[in-house]
Design a protein around this ligand. Structure first.
Ligand code: ASP
Length: 346
């Protein structure tokens, strides 16, 4: 009988708590050498896969994450795409949803699993969540069905749940259950068995050749509305030199003040070529432009609806589409469509 080929997993360590161990003398956290992964986590020997690791030379706290690092992660995946059957990317949880969302847009026609994970406690801690997160993330990246990868999208695995990465938000700095995906159910749950919800998994249609998109435009801003925000502040933000896009965090189903001067400032920005994306401040639910009078004007002046996209994903999509220099006339239509399962098509 022919021996089946072992699954190759590439583990990319960028930094964050998961890769830290406590120096018990000083109490300080220091980076852990992933080349000794199997010694530290002998349970990995039970997994039927080969694990290769690539670590950032200088691991970063994810608060220092930025598009240059996103390009670095994407390049590592691109260079190993043929050889590896699946990828596990370890980052700090603080900005993991932004990073994983960005990677989902930067890799088009993905046919292999990319699973982001991290932990709330360092890997060496007694009550650590790191081991379970890491082991199950590797298991998910290795999962096959009829010798094809089970997962073919960018996911985030944390505390027994697998999510579509570009649907997630970090919601808790204390609980092990640190992420939520309010507008899309978990893709899999890990209990006694690892149960996938097959009908929820994303598979890119048509072309199967991986396309890597590395042009990101970071001339964008998040503008969160609050009762009392002054026109001066809005004017100053919209007047930033070179500004190309705004994620406008609105109330409820995409609502904002109807004050004429406020609408005029937004309309003027849109005329100057700035894309304004309406994203709700609510943790769940969707923008529905025109549903209330308080969003009718936004719709009229050409604000783009983010539908039920998260702010993290909107930021990533905006950088990606602006970087791709989508023609002005097509931008709104393309943004409002789901590209990687990041929003629910209306
Ligand atoms: N501050 C850390 C980071 O995001 C927290 C974590 O690793 O979860 O890098």
């Amino acid at each position: 009988m022919k021996a089946s080929k072992k699954i190759n997993i590439l583990l990319i360590y960028t930094g964050g708590t998961i890769g830290m161990v406590k120096d018990y003398k000083t109490g300080a956290l220091k980076a852990f050498d992933f080349n000794n992964l199997r010694e530290r986590i002998p349970e990995l020997n039970q997994l039927d896969c080969k694990i290769k690791t690539i670590s950032f030379e200088e691991p970063i706290d994810s608060s220092n994450m930025n598009p240059t690092y996103w390009i670095k992660i994407t390049t590592i995946i691109e260079e190993n795409y043929k050889e590896a059957d699946g990828f596990v990317v370890l980052t700090g949880s603080d900005t993991m949803s932004y990073t994983a969302s960005a990677i989902s847009f930067m890799l088009e026609n993905l046919c292999k699993p990319i699973i982001f994970t991290g932990s709330q406690l360092p890997i060496g801690d007694l009550r650590t969540d790191a081991k379970e997160n890491l082991i199950t993330a590797i298991q998910i990246a290795s999962a096959r069905e009829k010798s094809k990868p089970k997962v073919t999208e960018v996911c985030l695995y944390f505390e027994y749940k697998l999510y579509r990465a570009n649907r997630t938000t970090k919601i808790n700095a204390e609980h092990f259950e640190a992420f939520s995906s309010s507008n899309y159910p978990a893709l899999a749950e890990s209990g006694v068995h690892l149960k996938f919800q097959d009908h929820l998994l994303f598979h890119s249609k048509g072309e199967k050749q991986l396309k890597v998109r590395k042009k990101l435009n970071d001339n964008i801003v998040i503008l969160k509305l609050f009762p009392g925000i002054s026109l001066e502040v809005i004017k100053t933000i919209l007047g930033i030199k070179g500004l190309k896009g705004v994620v406008l965090e609105t109330y409820g189903s995409g609502n904002a003040s109807t004050q004429k001067e406020f609408i005029a400032l937004l309309a003027n920005a849109i005329k100057r070529g700035i894309e304004i994306i309406d994203v709700t401040q609510c943790i769940g639910g969707s923008v529905i432009l025109g549903h209330y009078e308080t969003s009718t004007e936004l719709q009229k002046i050409g604000v783009v609806s983010g539908n039920d996209i998260t702010t993290e994903s909107a930021i990533a999509k905006l950088m990606y589409l602006l970087g791709e220099e989508i023609p002005k006339e097509e931008f709104k239509e393309i943004f409002e469509k789901s590209l990687r399962g990041e929003l629910t098509d209306l």
